[in-house]
Design a protein. Structure first.
Length: 275
């Protein structure tokens, strides 16, 4: 796993950087408007938020509210029409080396093994080969993929494919991991298992995670803080701390009064049809 200095900072193959004194991510007055030949879509309106180092932030909201667009703005993949995003105090003006992204689909290369798919990240970024192989082995063990390193994507279940995708996103030790509905296509039981796995990985690494999800259960179970967005144009309508301390066993957490209270509030904000 990543080496740490005495004050807990992570160190990657290039030595890493000190933790920021302020927020890891700051979103300031972000608007996004898309224009096509036939229409104009106001996707986001006046988004202000901060994300602290080591925080797990979940973003829930109805379909089409701009959740994924906000994630892409933070990643530097979409340029805001107004406002700005800073990461570690530096304006985000394009894709960043210190950000990892897990998309809705695993998007693995069919002709490469699980391990080779993970190492593709190292090839793209020019990371030291020996360090990358060691790091890949650590991630494979951490995510329960041991024994499947040489499996091809078609030999892996949907959950295992997403584990490979997660390892690939974590390989270069990003400061921020962004996740866009990564478990949305999985069956209910596999999704529960992946939630537990992701929570365990976050607890083990202490990295900053931002998750976009439609699932109320997922949003509350995983997060240390949650944000609820309203219909397009997307805006923050409420945020709250998920005050469920300690390691979260899945079923006991879902049965706890605090989880029930927060879940009910999120459903109320999103509408009774939210899951």
């Amino acid at each position: 796993m990543p080496t740490r200095t005495a004050d807990g900072d992570r160190r990657g193959p290039r030595g890493g950087a000190a933790r920021p004194q302020g927020p890891m991510v700051a979103v300031q007055g972000v608007d996004v408007t898309f224009r096509t030949k036939s229409r104009t879509v106001h996707a986001l309106s006046g988004i202000d938020m901060t994300i602290e180092p080591g925080e797990f932030l979940s973003i829930a909201g109805p379909s089409g509210c701009g959740k994924s667009t906000l994630l892409r703005v933070i990643a530097g993949l979409t340029e805001p029409s107004a406002g700005q995003v800073t990461l570690r105090g530096t304006p985000v003006v394009g894709p960043r080396r210190d950000v990892g992204f897990v998309f809705q689909r695993a998007a693995l290369l069919d002709w490469r093994t699980a391990r080779s798919n993970i190492l593709f990240q190292a090839e793209m970024r020019g990371l030291p080969k020996a360090w990358a192989r060691k790091r890949a082995d650590e991630l494979i063990e951490m995510t329960g993929l041991t024994g499947f390193e040489n499996a091809m994507p078609f030999e892996l279940s949907g959950g295992m494919q997403q584990r490979v995708s997660l390892c690939r996103a974590l390989l270069h030790e990003p400061d921020v991991l962004l996740m866009d509905e990564p478990f949305g296509a999985l069956d209910a039981l596999t999704r529960e298992n992946m939630n537990v796995e992701l929570r365990r990985v976050w607890e083990a690494t202490g990295m900053t995670v931002v998750l976009v999800t439609h699932s109320v259960t997922e949003a509350v179970y995983l997060a240390s803080r949650a944000i609820v967005m309203g219909p397009r144009p997307g805006r923050v309508i409420e945020e709250f701390t998920v005050d469920i301390p300690g390691h979260r066993e899945y079923e006991p957490t879902l049965e706890s009064p605090e989880f029930q209270r927060l879940s009910a509030r999120v459903r109320e904000l999103l509408g009774s049809g939210a899951d």
